[in-house]
Design a protein around this ligand. Structure first.
Ligand code: ARG
Ligand code: ZN
Ligand code: CA
Length: 237
């Protein structure tokens, strides 16, 4: 039994203007949201329809901010090919979650590396206007759920639709199949395959205010990576 797994977090703020140099308060708001969402302490978890209410999971994973590094750089957009990570390498990635807060460009909110990838690029990248819920934030992605989603990937979760059509698996038994992402704020029930979609799952593509749960199956999949032989045992040893 692993108990609560605590993840130390280092934030690299990379900015080309003063707005992007987000405040400590904005950074702390995001850490608080990660802690609420991964412990099912978010107030909106109670919105789950009865079909899914019993599946709302406290993942027993928590986050502690250990350091913030700030870097001024004239580059305005960093893309999704890890340039920002090569410019500012991760700190102790075997036992630290590195988050780069940098403008990606192309309307991209964030991206993540799955467990088992190269240490030199391990972590997640989030654009500053989608990080936290106060300060320089942009609705409807202003509730800090981009980081919740990306850290879900970092902890081995796939998109809720399995990145394929109906029947394509996300390797989690209790998340219903779907045929693609849901957007906006879907009404319940939303049906695309043979069952109601779990559109309110953090691993769908809906607005921040319309996603509010991980499932018990997702919890089990995340926690497996910390167990013996798994790709993220560094956080528990
Ligand atoms: N498009 C991004 C990804 O696939 C993030 C989506 C985040 N969604 C949100 N409501 N914040 O990784
Ligand atoms: Zn994603
Ligand atoms: Ca599933």
């Amino acid at each position: 039994n692993l108990g609560i797994v605590n993840i130390p977090v280092v934030v690299h703020v990379v900015y080309s203007n003063s707005q992007q140099n987000i405040t400590d308060q904005q950074i702390n708001s995001q850490i608080d949201i990660l802690n609420a969402d991964f412990r099912a302490a978010n107030s909106d978890a109670s919105n789950a329809p009865s079909e899914f209410a019993g599946l709302v999971a406290d993942s027993e994973i928590s986050f502690t901010l250990s350091n913030v590094f700030r870097h001024s750089n004239s580059r305005a957009e960093w893309g999704t090919r890890d340039d920002v990570k090569y410019a500012y390498p991760p700190v102790s990635p075997s036992n630290t979650l590195n988050i780069w807060v940098a403008n990606i460009g192309g309307g991209i909110l964030g991206y993540a590396q799955f467990p088992g990838g190269p240490a030199s690029t391990d972590g997640v990248v989030i654009a500053p206007q989608y990080f936290g819920d106060t300060g320089y934030v942009s609705a409807p992605y202003d509730k800090g759920r981009t980081a919740t989603h990306e850290v879900g990937h970092y902890l081995n979760l796939r998109h809720i639709w399995g990145d394929g059509r109906c029947r394509q698996d996300d390797f989690v038994a209790d998340t219903p199949e779907s045929d693609g992402p849901n957007y906006g704020c879907p009404s319940y029930p939303t049906v695309n395959c043979r069952s109601n979609d779990m559109t309110m799952n953090y691993m769908d593509y809906v607005y921040d205010q319309c996603m509010y749960m991980f499932s018990e199956g997702q919890k089990a999949r995340m926690r497996t990576i910390f167990m013996d032989g798994g790709p993220r045992t560094g956080f528990v040893n």
